[in-house]
Design a binder for this molecule. Structure first.
Ligand code: FAD
Length: 466
């Protein structure tokens, strides 16, 4: 079992290849993926290595979410060893940017105050170090008066990396360790006697191996269906998101500065990218198709939100590079990770919003599966096994409440100003009625739709009976 073919060349692919070679230097690994990394979520990610700053009220209500959080915590501790253990060749080892400031500003509504309070409560519960800070003392933070935060905390162990540098670094290490890279896309998988026998490439070539890893992000479902492989696995959708690299005339930004998650996306943030550039993000549009380019509405609201809420001086920053990445968003929002009933096939996708952060741990597990067929970490990842019924952690009541909140929050992010009358209460009630009756139409009595999937259900991309 020492020939391994990996389809996809984002962080999960590269990290898994590295872990394989760490455990078995004799393994022969081939990585298939376009050099341009079309749609790579990994390249679009800033990448924040956040656990606590990603939480909102109720995030850890369910045991499955607590377990996911424990993976996130393991990852937070794993990053420095992950990079340090990897040999350094022509590309210098990337540094890890330290610390995240989380802001509580008045740009949306009270649900954001609840999210901010929830982060503080979880920090207390887990005894994680943080400090209250005066927003005016945050380096490189200079919002417009209307977007300024009145409360802020600093979480010292919530870090960030330059995802592009990490990708280049790992790729360079792997090349030097003998990994073959094929600049092409997988068109389909061939099966013989119930196992995968080769990967057919678009060029017409084929790649044969003993075991196969599909780590092609949001394109997983497409490849499975193009290959005619029908397994009961959550679909992966395209969570197209935009981040923008900018070059401010001057920036004192030294840490990640962000709002809590809001309105189905990750809020607004800025983090240093290179010596003289900063990355700002991010939008999120989930559909069963990918966006090839940023939508101008996303660019507009991202740039406007950043200038108003993070740094008004970004008005004269140069726009270096807007990136679109496809967050692999699964049909139940949880990762799809592990072995399939097809003996020599492992998949790693569905990491949505924090796969970069979790990659040092996910790759540890994946590499065990590729090399041994099982892992000591099996129990930790048992809920995310690929062939599963959809995970439903929301009660109907919680789902309805959260969907209404998220919809209103999204409206505020797009300049909604309610009149000073009963209209806001009426609007809230009418959204609630609509969400309730949609749940009725699904027959959802003892479960509710995850807020991030509501539009996918509404548009008929996810069937209720699954
Ligand atoms: C705007 C944005 C911001 C984000 N911010 C963060 C963050 O701050 N922190 C964090 O942890 N996560 C963040 N994420 C999520 C994170 O990027 C993903 O969870 C993670 O990078 C997914 O990695 P992957 O390797 O599975 O997929 P990808 O990085 O998408 O890699 C898949 C690769 O496979 C290639 N490919 C596609 N089809 C084929 C094919 N048929 N054959 C061969 N190759 C193929 C693609 O070109 C791509 O290079 C963000 C995502 C986005 C979009």
């Amino acid at each position: 079992m020492d020939r391994i073919a990996i389809v996809g060349n984002g962080i999960l692919s590269l990290a898994s290849a590295w872990r394989v070679l760490q455990k078995n230097p004799a393994a022969r690994v081939t990585i298939i993926g376009p050099k341009a990394r079309t749609g790579s979520a990994s390249l679009a990610a800033p990448a924040m290595l956040n656990s606590f700053a990603e939480l909102v009220m109720g995030s850890l209500d369910h045991p499955i979410d607590r377990k996911k959080f424990s993976v996130s915590q393991l990852a937070a501790r794993a990053w420095s060893d992950f990079l340090a253990e990897m040999p350094e060749y022509e590309v210098s080892r990337p540094g890890i940017g330290k610390g995240t400031f989380v802001l509580n500003n008045g740009s949306t509504d009270v649900s954001e105050d609840e999210s901010f309070d929830a982060i503080v409560d979880y920090l207390e519960e887990f005894n994680e170090a943080y400090q209250w800070v005066r927003p005016t003392e945050i380096p490189g933070y200079s919002p417009a008066a209307s977007g300024r935060a009145l409360r802020a905390i600093y979480i010292e162990r919530e870090n960030f990396v330059n995802s592009e540098q990490v990708i280049q670094y790992v790729e360079c290490a792997l090349e030097n360790m003998g990994v073959s890279f094929i600049d092409d896309c997988a068109a389909s998988l061939e099966m013989t006697s119930g196992i995968i026998s080769s990967v057919q490439l678009r060029s017409g070539e084929c790649v044969k191996a003993d075991s196969y890893l599909l780590a092609l992000g949001a394109n997983l479902t497409k490849l499975m269906s193009d290959s005619g492989i029908d397994v009961e696995m959550p679909k992966i959708f395209y969570g197209s998101g935009v981040s923008i690299e900018i070059r401010p005339r001057e920036s004192k930004l030294s840490n990640c500065v962000r709002t809590p998650n809001r309105g189905l996306a990750c809020g607004i943030y800025s983090a240093p990218r290179t010596q003289d550039t900063v990355v700002i993000g991010a939008s999120n549009y989930v559909a069963d198709y990918a966006l090839d380019y940023p939508r101008i509405g996303s660019l507009e609201s991202l740039m406007k939100g950043t200038m108003e809420q993070l740094n008004r001086d970004f008005y004269n920053a140069e726009l270096v590079n807007p990136r679109v990445g496809w967050r692999p968003t699964s049909e139940d929002t949880y990762p799809v990770l592990g072995k399939l009933s097809i003996e020599n096939l492992v998949v790693a996708s569905g990491t949505k919003r924090d796969g970069f952060h979790m990659s040092p741990i996910l790759s540890d597990y994946i590499s065990d599966l590729l090399l041994n067929g099982n892992s000591e970490l099996d129990e930790l990842f048992s809920e995310w096994k690929p062939e599963r019924a959809l995970i439903r952690t929301y009660t109907r009541e919680k789902a309805v409440t959260e969907i209404v909140k998220h919809k209103l929050s999204a409206m505020y992010q797009h300049d909604f100003v309610p009149p000073k009358s009963a209209m806001l209460a009426e609007l809230t009630e009418s959204i609630r009625t609509e969400v309730e009756s949609f749940h009725d139409s699904l027959g959802a009595k003892d479960w509710g739709v995850h807020p991030e999937l509501y539009d996918l259900y509404r548009n008929g991309y996810i069937a209720a009976e699954k």
